[in-house]
Design a protein around this ligand. Structure first.
Ligand code: GLU
Length: 478
């Protein structure tokens, strides 16, 4: 039975890279009818960020990535928060000490700093110099009993080749000389990530560890720990980096990176899931739009690339537009309502607001764009016509003839709606003899005040007779 996990540290808000790790782990578990776990790796107490845990859980829920086990969900392998498992790690550290695969280290921070400086001066890679590695066991015990602060380090074998197999990458070998005697338990008795992750993945029966490429350097240490404990390691898949368009590592400088920011800007969750799935995974054909169900069906590690994938914000916008277009009127209204609420137009009749939403639907890239559409529709924009091209066009004699004819034709009309607007335009054409662009553009420019935009008929319907006449009067007053 396949068991995967997403094991974030609550050191910040969920990043798109984290969302991808969670998504791939979820897709694979669902596809294999296995279980997907959420585990909170909160052992680095100095880096905890308030609210991060809640954000991680809320964002996964928003994306439709639902854990089968986890904090607040339950499961047979809990607790799922590492800070609640300290006793388990202590017990396992003792096993390693007893087997001689770990040792207590009493080196002070000052000493370690000094070693580092010396190594740096000699041009060496900085690593622990093994000062406490061969301390006799009894001597170590006495110092522990006397209350001296200590950490527990893992003993990396000398000059050994460690072979690493990954579902995405080719086999890689590394010499153990390049690996540091990693701290497993810190002076505060909390485990380091390396200790906790291995113990938990084993005890929680994880079969596939899916995580970002930045964890590759930790991989050999983890494999060694599995060996020291005498456990069968799970399979590993290290996902490629996510890059900016200039191929540097994805960073905030080039735009949002936290899932919450994308949500706030008005990217739909289906857009984010679809877009993120294609960062590294390639379906092997031209299809670009995938529902969660389709992703579950088609995901495979064979089709995950090794090289970094670019986070193309233009493509994200395009995709969001596609998904917004697909929304039913009710879904659209639900999605847009929070963005409408914060505008001065929130009090307009729901009927008119809904009409505006529908008119704007095809032109929205992000949900927050509805705010521009609302001001376009509801604000008195009489004096905001500033585009010289439009102004020049509206000032032409032929345009003025059309606009004047519009005022005449609508004066006695009871109402002006999208349904009778075409009839009015036909009349104007008949009377003036003006047709095509020269007939329609003056109306479009006068009423919408933009060169290209929403459907003119629908807009006339939302504005109604009085506002349309007012807009035309503004244009004639130029
Ligand atoms: N706690 C690690 C993180 O923050 C988990 C890495 C792993 O999946 O092994 O990403």
């Amino acid at each position: 039975m396949v068991r995967t996990r997403f094991a974030p540290s609550p050191t910040g808000y969920l990043h798109v890279g984290g969302l991808r790790t969670a998504l791939f782990s979820f897709l694979y578990a669902r596809q294999q009818q296995g279980s997907f776990l959420f585990r909170l790796e909160d052992t680095d107490r100095n880096r905890l960020v308030e609210g991060a845990e809640e954000d991680l859980i809320a964002m996964l829920k928003w994306a439709g990535i639902t854990p089968d086990e986890g904090p607040g969900v339950g499961g047979d392998y809990g607790p799922y928060k590492q800070s609640e498992r300290l006793e388990i790690y202590a017990r396992h550290a003792q096993i390693l000490l007893d087997k001689g695969h770990a040792y207590p280290c009493f080196c002070s921070a000052e000493r370690l700093e000094q070693v580092k400086t010396e190594q740096k001066a000699q041009g060496l890679i900085s690593r622990y110099d093994g000062h406490c590695r061969n301390l006799p066991r009894d001597a170590g015990l006495t110092r522990i009993e006397s209350g001296e602060p200590y950490v527990i380090r893992m003993k990396i074998p000398e000059n050994e080749t460690i072979l690493m197999e990954d579902l995405i990458r080719d086999k890689v070998a590394i010499n153990s000389e390049q690996i540091d005697d990693q701290v497993l338990i810190k002076t505060d008795r909390f485990p380091t990530y390396h200790m906790a992750v291995v113990v938990d993945d084993h005890l929680m029966r994880i079969t596939h560890v899916i995580r970002g490429e930045e964890w590759l350097p930790s991989f050999p240490k983890h494999l060694l720990l599995y060996r020291y404990f005498g456990w069968e390691p799970p399979q590993f898949a290290h996902l490629p980096l996510i890059l900016n368009t200039d191929r540097s590592k994805l960073s905030k400088r080039q735009g949002s990176v936290s899932v919450e920011d994308f949500r706030k800007e008005g990217y739909l969750s289906q857009t984010m899931v679809n877009f993120i799935a294609l960062l590294g995974w390639n379906p092997g054909d031209a299809q670009e739009l995938f529902s969660m169900e389709q992703l579950i069906e088609r995901f495979s590690f064979e089709r995950v690339g090794k090289s970094g994938s670019v986070f193309d914000r233009e493509k994200l916008n395009w995709m969001n537009q596609q998904y917004i277009k697909k929304l039913s009127p009710e879904e659209l209204w639900d999605a847009l309502a929070p963005y409408i609420q914060t505008t001065p137009f929130a009090g307009e009749s729901p009927d008119r607001l809904k009409k505006v939403c529908q008119i704007a639907q095809n032109s929205l890239t992000q949900l927050k764009d509805i705010q521009n559409s609302l001001s376009l529709f509801f604000e008195d924009r009489g004096s905001t016509l500033s585009d010289p091209v439009l102004i020049e066009f509206l000032k032409k004699e032929e345009s003025r003839v059309v606009l004047k004819a519009f005022l005449e034709q609508t004066e006695t009309l009871e109402t002006l709606e999208d349904s009778n607007f075409a009839e009015v335009m036909k009349q104007i054409q008949k009377i003036t003899g003006i047709k095509g662009k020269n007939l329609w553009l003056p109306m479009r420019y006068a009423i919408t005040q933009v060169e290209q935009g929403p459907d003119l008929h629908l807009m006339v319907g939302v504005y109604g007779k009085n506002k349309c006449r007012k807009m035309v009067e503004y244009a004639l007053g130029l």
